[in-house]
Write a protein that binds this ligand. Structure first.
Ligand code: PLP
Length: 438
């Protein structure tokens, strides 16, 4: 029988803080968890050169379990934990279960303060501007439900490329205040310049827009919005922007100041690689009063971002594993991950875009592209046609993808590699599509 983990708050804090400050960490995560991924630095320091270094990425792939039975090109749902994060999380579950309320009531809050600080450091913001949530949706719902500045003479804007449930949320927000609802319909293919022009024009044509949703990276086809430029245009008209970074953080390397947004939601359980059940809500310093506290959570003597969501009982072990996930992410490097994922997309996009029967959706330039992408057979935009193709790829070729249905231009198939995806996996998709599009 394995001996029970002896872990108290001081051990856990020491170990998590150790991640930040030293390479050797005492107890818990210590030897067992940190050492295995102390992988050697590669001599490739340029992310775009490293992106093509298969031996480096094969080494990284060893830190992950491969999906059995299929080539998995659907990593947009959530992020697989690396072994060090998974091991840490499993130990954290055991510790939480063993120590139970004694840990949760006495020590968890202090651990969360540390985790929050690490999160703020990673996003280059103050810890008072961010609070952990269970997912991006929780943060988004707090923002729209508790948004204080909307009335019936205002308008609410979102776009077809936004996350479907967030589009419905924006629609609800408009209806709830008898405000005007505006859905932008973007072309199937866009450049950065197109995107700035389309949003700017929409803002100018609708001077009563009060709040707009911008999706940093669309879950439909991986298109990246020039959030900074569009937000600057929005601010000229006093429009509040909610930035949906649920799919972007870790897929793309950025900090909050680089986006210039005031309100944003994040996931750590996608591209940062934390356990499931970790997101975050950002409200810029000084703007807390735009968003009311969670119903009933207002306190006369404090006014904090944490009061905007009501965490209640949650997966304590997931949250305290965040430092390990951030550490693993940082060791590989956000820019290196972004470049590798973009390279993997370019492998299939560059081969298939010359094919007259295939339509590649989303970005047509480097600046707007990410590792995620979508396609369909030209002219075959219906639910049945696209679902049949996804099924064929899965059942005949063993390549797993997912159908997306939110774009104004019709249904599509989304392809999302991960940093451990092999180039042969991408080649399998290309080979299958050559046959199926002929
Ligand atoms: C762009 C985008 N927004 C929001 C979400 C919602 O994330 P969650 O389910 O973690 O709240 C997702 C999830 O896939 C997404 O891709």
């Amino acid at each position: 029988m394995t001996s029970p983990i002896r872990l108290n708050r001081r051990c856990f804090l020491a170990s998590t803080l150790g991640l930040l400050t030293t390479t050797s960490i005492p107890t818990f995560a210590a030897t067992k968890l940190l050492e295995p991924y102390n992988f050697k630095k590669t001599k490739n320091t340029n992310p775009s050169t490293l992106a093509k270094d298969e031996s480096y990425w094969n080494r990284i792939a060893k830190y992950y379990d491969r999906t059995e039975g299929i080539i998995n090109l659907e990593h947009g749902y959530w992020g697989k934990m690396s072994h060090p994060v998974q091991d840490f999380y499993l130990n954290a579950i055991k510790m939480v279960n063993q120590q139970n309320s004694y840990y949760a009531r006495k020590d968890f809050n202090q651990d969360m303060t540390s985790v929050n600080q690490m999160l703020a450091n990673a996003l280059t913001i103050n810890s008072s501007e961010i609070t952990l949530t269970r997912n991006a949706s929780e943060g988004f719902h707090a923002l729209i439900r508790q948004y204080k500045n909307l009335n019936s003479s205002d308008a609410v804007l979102w776009a077809d490329i936004d996350y479907p449930s967030f589009k419905r949320g924006m629609q609800w927000l408009a209806e709830n205040h008898n405000a005007k609802a505006i859905e932008l319909k973007l072309p199937a293919q866009c450049s950065k310049a197109d995107l700035i022009q389309i949003y700017t024009q929409a803002f100018q044509e609708n001077p009563n827009i009060k709040i707009a949703l911008l999706t940093h990276v669309s879950n439909q086809h991986g298109l990246k919005l020039p959030v900074k430029e569009i937000t600057a245009e929005a601010k000229k008209q006093g429009i509040d922007v909610i930035c949906d970074c649920a799919q972007s953080w870790g897929l793309v390397d950025f900090t909050v100041p680089e986006l210039g947004v005031d309100l944003a939601v994040f996931n750590l359980h996608k591209w940062i690689g934390s356990p499931l059940g970790v997101g975050a809500l950002y409200i810029k310093e000084g703007l807390l009063d735009k968003i009311a506290p969670f119903p009933g959570d207002a306190k006369p003597d404090t006014n904090t971002i944490a009061q905007r969501v009501h965490m209640a009982t949650a997966d304590f072990a997931s949250f305290i594993s965040v430092p390990m996930a951030l550490d693993f992410h940082t060791k590989i490097g956000g820019k290196n991950k972004e470049a590798r994922l973009k390279y993997l997309r370019s492998l299939w996009v560059n081969q298939l875009k010359e094919n007259p029967n295939i339509e590649i959706l989303g970005a047509i330039d480097e600046e707007s592209s990410t590792g995620m992408g979508s396609f369909r057979i030209k002219g075959k935009t219906s639910e049945t046609e696209v679902k049949n193709l996804q099924k064929t790829l899965e059942e005949k070729y063993g390549v797993f993808t997912v159908v997306r249905d939110g774009l104004n231009s019709g249904y599509c198939i989304r392809v999302t590699p991960q940093i451990f995806t092999k180039t042969e996996d991408i080649q399998a998709l290309i080979n299958a599509l050559r046959v199926e599009s002929a």
